[in-house]
Design a protein around this ligand. Structure first.
Ligand code: T1G
Ligand code: NAD
Length: 701
């Protein structure tokens, strides 16, 4: 027997225990072990039934994703599943933890299923750019119907044991110890003379043809918006449709074809890269060297846009929060900003008054800094002004308890300049949340020049508590995200000044897969913030840097974006979707005339080649300067903070798939018109010269 699956007889039950930590992924050894186990049980005269169960924290959580992209090795999962289903003795699957993807498909290949009450089951393959390739689309439909299958497989979201039981996917919820309950269930089935019951031959889910048809049509309609540009979600609908119309053998064959088609797409590469990138970014030197400090109570200074969002994120995680504002009027506004979030959820029916009360019970408003003297972590989110922030940290130094971690939410300011006004700079870090902070998953953890390892580790512990995706960034202007954002923003501005319509630029970015274009983002964030930043940097700007005054002139004319109802777009009566703004087009053409620029056309392809070249080139500089630890961290920042389409994996992954030599060739072409802006990063030149990729750097990190 393979060492990943053990065989033991418990009474008349052959128990196959899958043991492949950490998540019992269905790697080769597990697949071999399952086939060997079933064949042994079939010939074992003492065994009247077979029980499949997982050791450790979960029933198999899917195929082994690390095997993807490598040459597949027999037995393939569909064969393993078919072998289990064909077993001549009843097979019972006992599921706990997260029975996902191939794990659920193995469960469905059994004839009966029992689950622990906290089990979650799901078909998350779509999150990896693929689809359930071992019968999941077919057997789930046979049992639970089209809607349930489509919800599971196109959302990728798991459901709990009760919901799965209600759908007939799980036959029994275990009471008490799972293995004991499963053995009892197996004995009951034997006593009852229960025969093998192949899921593929069941038809409860096929009965309501009208509902099934409606589910297919509704899902296709929804996906056309929700899964714009993606491949796999639509193939899933095709598979479920075939499950409704064809015999199981044809359905399984069709599903396999579609699975292999998905496996062959760049989207699969991009999304699997994203899966591992968001797990790798938590692996940082500081956290491997030190344990985090306690995190029982935190404080937030400033109750504005960010302070309120950060507070809600912490309250949602069950963390008590003290919010401090300048005065009674400001703290009342701060509390209102927090309550507004919960009131909005109650209005949408996603929370009730009791839920709000439970969270607000953890909230303490204050105007005295002394109210924070017991807090383990204090996050400052006051005005983006160095003097104001330094003053806050001087006061904090007086009242915060020894060992408290002091953090600033600054977007651009020098964290060392803030830390060094205190007597404990080693306890100061940057925690750069993204707006709205209770929604956005990204958290840049900014490491100044000499922090204590456990202070940085505490930042990562907070991220885990708040269910944020943390990325370590060194303390350099704009850190990772805003620095790269500035570069591709500049690129878009230059193209606009050279003749590309800002609306065509936004359309190209939207068609590339972003939710909105760069100028729509500017309008959303408010042009005044970047205007203030340009003014702050004016004195230190390199004279070689091309400077476009278009956005300054827009701001001088009050075109700040959605907050003033006009920016690059005009927003009639507060509309969220804008219309073209003729005043801005006038400003652009006046600037072109003033600068003697003859506007020229830009194709979508050229717009995106320039946009991605600017993004990746700045990413390479961020890497070579050590601001980011690895290229995949930059991908995580782009995916979770800046709307980069997940199915493309992130800018650095995109560049690897596009070919670094091609990207360098683009830079060389653009460099002819602006050597300063388009100068290729040394790292990029070096990688191309040595035939290496960003993925090589990821592997070395
Ligand atoms: N294969 C390989 N490694 C995996 C894995 C998998 N399926 N799932 C998790 N890991 C690793 C992960 O990289 C991490 O490693 C460690 O396990 C702990 O994971 C035919 C083809 C199960 C809910 O998509 O959603 O089946 O970083 O940090 O937060 O239809 O992992 O420690 O080195 O995420 O508690 C379908 C993917 C596969 C589920 C646990 N299955 N996994 O979450 O821990 S495709 C999935 C998860 C498929 C068939 C197709 C989560 C989890 P390391 P973790 P967690
Ligand atoms: P905001 O103007 O909405 O809120 C700032 C709050 O700080 C105000 O309520 C003000 O009363 C309070 N405040 C000012 N001085 C104070 C003091 N000495 N003590 C206590 N409270 C004080 O600003 P915001 O958008 O929430 O930004 C806050 C910080 O977060 C800034 O550093 C900003 O750069 C950063 N940030 C903003 C965003 C964003 O998208 N808005 C995103 C990331 C980071």
């Amino acid at each position: 027997m393979s060492n990943a699956v053990s065989y033991e007889l418990s009474g008349a039950i052959a128990v196959l225990t899958i043991d492949n930590p950490p998540v019992n992924a269905l790697g080769l050894a597990v697949r071999q072990g399952l086939v060997e186990g079933i064949e042994r049980a079939e010939t074992d005269s003492q065994a009247d039934a077979v029980l499949l169960i997982g050791a450790g924290r979960t029933f198999p959580a899917g195929a082994d994703i690390r095997e993807f992209g490598k040459p597949p090795v027999d037995p393939y999962l569909p064969e393993v599943v078919a072998r289990i289903e064909a077993c001549t003795k009843p097979v019972i699957a006992a599921m706990h933890g997260t029975a996902l993807g191939g794990g659920l498909e193995v469960g469905l290949s059994a004839h009966y299923r029992i689950a622990d009450k906290s089990t979650r089951i799901g078909l998350p393959e779509v999150n990896l750019g693929i689809l359930p390739g071992a019968g999941g689309t077919q057997r789930t439909t046979c049992i639970a119907g089209a809607k349930a299958t489509l919800d599971l497989a196109t959302s990728g979201k798991p459901i709990d044991a009760n919901a799965a039981h209600a759908l007939g996917i799980i036959d029994r919820i275990a009471d008490g110890d799972l293995k004991d309950a499963a053995l009892t269930y197996a004995h009951e089935l034997i006593t009852a003379g229960a025969a093998p019951r192949p899921s593929g031959k069941r038809d409860e889910g096929l009965a309501d043809e009208t509902a099934n048809r409606a589910a297919i049509d509704a899902t296709r309609a929804t996906l056309s918006k929700r899964a714009r540009g993606q491949f796999a979600p639509f193939r899933i609908v095709d598979c479920v449709e075939v499950a409704l119309e064809k015999p199981i053998s044809e359905g399984l064959a069709f599903e396999r074809e579609q699975f292999l088609a998905c496996m062959g797409t760049p989207q699969r590469q991009g999304m699997i890269h994203a899966f591992f990138a968001e797990r790798t970014c938590t692996k940082v030197p500081e956290a491997s060297r030190a344990q985090p400090r306690p995190l029982k109570q935190i404080a937030v200074i400033g109750g504005g846009t960010m302070g309120a969002g950060i507070t809600v994120a912490a309250l949602n995680a069950g963390l008590p929060v003290v919010m401090v504002e300048r005065d009674a009027e400001s703290i009342a506004r701060g509390q209102a900003n927090v309550e507004k979030v919960y009131d909005g959820m109650i209005k949408k029916g996603r929370m009730d008054d009791a839920g709000k009360a439970k969270h607000m019970a953890l909230y303490t408003p204050a105007t005295e800094y002394s109210a924070m003297s017991d807090c383990d972590l204090i996050i400052e989110a006051v005005f983006e002004n160095l003097e104001v922030k330094q003053d806050v940290f001087r006061q904090l130094d007086q009242i915060a308890k020894p060992g408290a971690v002091l953090a600033t939410n600054t977007s651009y300011l020098d964290v060392d300049a803030i830390a060094n006004v205190t007597s404990r700079p080693q306890d100061v870090i940057g925690l750069h949340f993204f707006s709205p902070a209770n929604i956005m998953k990204l958290l840049e953890i900014v490491v100044p020049s000499d922090p204590a390892d456990d202070a940085v580790a505490t930042g990562f512990a907070l991220a885990k508590l708040l269910k944020k995706t943390p990325v370590r960034a060194a303390n350099k202007d704009g850190f990772i995200g805003n620095r790269i954002y500035k570069a591709y923003g500049l690129c878009a501005t230059y193209m606009m000044e050279d003749g590309a319509s800002p609306y065509a630029i936004d359309k190209a970015i939207y068609d590339f897969g972003y939710p909105i274009g760069i100028f729509q983002v500017h309008d959303l964030a408010g042009m005044d913030i970047s205007w203030a930043n340009r003014k702050r940097l004016a004195a230190s700007r390199n004279s070689e840097e091309r400077y476009s005054a278009v956005q300054d002139k827009m701001c001088e004319a009050g075109h700040f974006g959605q907050k003033t109802g006009r920016g690059m777009y005009v927003y009639p009566e507060g509309a969220r979707k804008g219309e073209e703004n003729p005043d801005v087009l006038k400003i652009i053409s006046d600037e072109q005339a003033r600068l003697g620029i003859t506007p020229r056309d830009f194709t979508q392809d050229e717009i995106m080649r320039r946009y991605m070249a600017a993004m990746v080139n700045e990413g390479a500089k961020v890497l070579q300067e050590g601001v980011a630890l690895r290229p995949s961290d930059i991908d995580v920042v782009a995916l979770y903070g800046y709307g980069f389409p997940r199915y493309r994996g992130g800018p650095m992954k995109y560049a690897d798939m596009y070919g670094l030599e091609n990207l360098l060739a683009d830079l060389r072409e653009f460099e002819k018109e602006d050597a300063y802006f388009w100068k290729p990063a040394d790292l990029l030149v070096d990688l191309v010269a040595n035939g290496r990729s960003f993925e090589d750097l990821n592997k070395e990190s």
